[in-house]
Ligand binder design. Structure first.
Ligand code: BGC
Length: 415
């Protein structure tokens, strides 16, 4: 009886302890596809284990355009979530408006300055203070291919955009869709920046980071638009408005030969139990094997009321950087850990290639931020580029020369 009473007291103490620190975090994100949902559930599970309540606020829509619209209206009405998926320079935009909370203490305890590559930690800070926690590093310049479709079409895996056009013709003749694509502005921009990257990182940076008028109006940019229009011949008739993960499933099912997409696409192959190097192949986007366009996902933390909720929010930030989360999340997501020196054994060949390329490109200067995924420029300029790129893709009468002129003007007007 004494023993029983003791056990009850101990249990009551444990519950009491958990409750006194338990808070709620509301997390706004756009991870709704199969691979994405499996990834975010890892974080939810860890928070629940800590005794906190996870309030999921998922806003569907690839690359987060709809999520950002919802976030803005929540923030304007004075009711932002505790945490939101925000990336790149947009973190600075939110920081400058005074919405974000300071994570320096948890960052110091976790030695974030030591465990993160500087290219990652820089983006997580506003005026030198941590305000966001990185979950991963995605490589955007990837091509995902179905080897069976290539074999049946007698086509080779292309390593340049010129070769892409040749092989795509063979694939089309064999009755398959050469390029799985979804006609949404951000997917068009993802394809466009991969074509631009073949012209070299120097050109890419001048156009999408420095926004040099000369680069935007150059012959190289005219070539990029021309290739972009030629590539369009190899998407199927139903491409308009299609979600990216539906396009990935066309490659998985053997309906289409390839997709140009960041390695969140790998999350879909993984969720479908497909194996890298056997059921599908990952290759750098044509002509870009030496470069790495990065896209870092992060959760920024908003100022919230209440000690418990603030404690839960700091726990969330701490857990994100812990090796356990970084490994499991990224195995599901298709990306690589943001944290350095993580064990590699559980990761597949595509992730190994990405890890190697990330390190190699950071020493050669070929590591560059993705324009299409909000890493290279402000949301205003990105939106302006999106508009020109997507209008050109869908307008047969617009010439590449007209497109570069529109691009240069649109960028200038939104700087
Ligand atoms: C995000 C990824 C996401 C993808 C598709 C990208 O911008 O960084 O995490 O999986 O969009 O929604």
């Amino acid at each position: 009886m004494k023993k029983f009473a003791f056990a009850l007291t101990a249990a009551a103490l444990t519950v009491g302890a958990a409750n006194s620190y338990a808070g709620e975090v509301e997390v706004l994100h756009w991870w709704t596809s199969g691979g994405e949902a499996a990834s975010i559930n890892v974080l939810k599970g860890l928070m629940v284990e800590e005794g906190h309540t996870w309030k999921d606020f998922a806003v569907a829509g690839g690359a987060g355009e709809s999520a950002m619209t919802v976030l803005k209206s929540r923030a304007i009405s004075g009711n932002p979530p505790a945490s939101a998926q925000i990336k790149g320079p947009t973190i600075q935009e939110w920081g400058s408006l005074g919405f974000l909370t300071n994570l320096d203490e948890v960052a110091a305890q976790g030695e974030w300055d030591v465990v993160l590559p500087q290219v990652v930690s820089d983006v997580m800070k506003y005026e030198g203070h941590y305000v966001a926690a990185p979950v991963n590093v995605h490589r955007v310049n990837w091509m995902w291919a179905n080897p069976e479709v290539f074999r049946k079409s007698g086509a080779e895996l292309p390593t340049s955009w010129g070769q892409f056009l040749v092989e795509a013709e063979k694939i089309k003749a064999a009755g398959y869709t050469p390029l799985a694509h979804g006609g949404q502005a951000w997917q068009d921009a993802t394809l466009f920046e991969a074509i631009a990257l073949e012209k070299g990182v120097n050109f890419y940076n001048k156009a999408f980071i420095a926004h040099s008028d000369k680069a935007l109006r150059s012959q190289d940019m005219i070539d990029v638009f021309n290739t972009f229009k030629q590539v369009r011949k190899y998407v199927d008739v139903g491409f308009s408005g299609r979600d990216w993960n539906v396009a990935t499933s066309m490659v998985i099912n053997g309906e289409a030969a390839m997709q140009i997409m960041g390695d969140w696409a790998k999350g879909e192959f993984t969720a479908a139990n497909k194996k890298a190097g056997i059921d599908y192949v990952c290759l750098p986007a044509p002509g870009t094997s030496d470069s790495f366009t990065f896209n870092i996902d992060s959760l920024a933390m908003f100022k919230v009321d209440g000690k418990d909720n603030q404690a839960a929010q700091q726990d969330l930030a701490r857990l994100i950087l812990e090796p356990e989360f970084q490994e499991t999340f990224n195995l599901n997501k298709g990306s690589i850990p943001a944290r350095l020196n993580m064990p590699r054994e559980k990761f597949d060949t595509c992730a190994h290639a990405s890890m190697d390329s990330f390190l190699a490109s950071s020493t050669t200067g070929n590591l560059t931020p993705s324009m299409a995924h909000g890493m290279s420029t402000s949301s205003m300029v990105q939106g302006a580029i999106y508009d020109v790129v997507t209008n050109f893709f869908n307008d047969d009468s617009m010439t590449a020369e007209q497109a570069v002129d529109k691009l240069a003007r649109a960028v200038k007007a939104s700087l």
